[in-house]
Design a protein around this ligand. Structure first.
Ligand SMILES: [Zn+2]
Length: 250
């Protein structure tokens, strides 16, 4: 276990030597206990190492490496008989409507909001694509990992704590419907009565020349922070009312 902890980059070789020495002289304490007491390994890390070792020592139960599918989420769902092609097409059409107004809504979110896929379904589908949603144990930052490997240890880019697999959250359908309604309404040609006539400058109203300046448009949300190591996405800056979205492309 000590060697694997070094191999996985969890501890240094010096730490291993030190904890081996200590465990040798402390009766009834395993190396795992010592490493945890020394703060070298978290409970999560120690237990995960045990699971990996167990799997390796038992070749019959060793999982076959499954190559992630290149299929898109919708295609995969159709292939598995979870959805009809018509349902997927409908969701894609909706996704395009959102995209037209600059909103990137993952297809999985649309399908979940309609109740056509459960969070478990989407979890399984993205897992098949080699993706996984992980959450920081400490600061709760969420990351979407591509090329997820069960035997790897993932660390939080913010606080370096362990990242653990977490549940996918679904967006409330009502919120999506509201957005869609806004988008569709904006596409309608404006009735003539709604066209604003420029406000007349009020005489004596300060030193303003000409028409009063239009109210500044609200600032656009900043670009998503890319996590350069895990290819994940930090969902800490989404300030629209759709909340944290996982990025699933179709
Ligand atoms: Zn963190």
């Amino acid at each position: 276990m000590g060697m694997m902890a070094v191999e996985k980059g969890l501890i240094g070789e010096k730490d291993l030597t030190k904890s081996l020495n200590i465990s040798e002289f402390s009766e009834g304490k395993t190396l795992k206990d010592v490493m945890m007491e020394m703060g070298l390994l978290s409970k999560f890390q120690a237990e995960k190492l045990e699971r990996i070792l167990e799997r390796q020592s038992n070749p019959e139960s060793a999982r076959l490496p499954i190559k992630p599918t290149k299929l898109k989420l919708g295609e995969l769902a159709v292939e598995r008989g979870m959805l009809s092609q018509a349902q997927v097409d409908e969701a894609i059409a909706e996704q395009k409507e959102f995209a037209g107004s600059g909103l990137s809504i993952p297809i999985g979110q649309i399908l979940m909001s309609k109740g056509q896929l459960t969070t478990t379904d989407v979890g399984q589908l993205i897992e098949r694509q080699g993706r996984r949603r992980l959450e920081c144990h400490a600061c709760k930052a969420a990351f979407n990992i591509t090329g997820y490997d069960e035997d790897n240890f993932y660390r939080c880019m913010r606080c370096n704590d362990d990242l653990l697999p977490c549940e996918i959250e679904s967006i409330d359908r009502a919120k999506l419907e509201k957005k869609l309604a806004t988008i569709r309404a904006a596409k309608q040609p404006k009735p003539v009565a709604a066209v604003k006539t420029p406000a007349k400058p009020t005489p004596g109203a300060g030193p303003a020349k000409g028409a009063p300046a239009a109210k500044a448009a609200p600032g656009k949300p900043g670009p998503k922070k890319k996590d350069p190591f895990s290819d994940g996405e930090v969902d800490d800056d989404s300030d629209d009312d759709l909340g944290d979205l996982m990025i699933l492309e179709l």
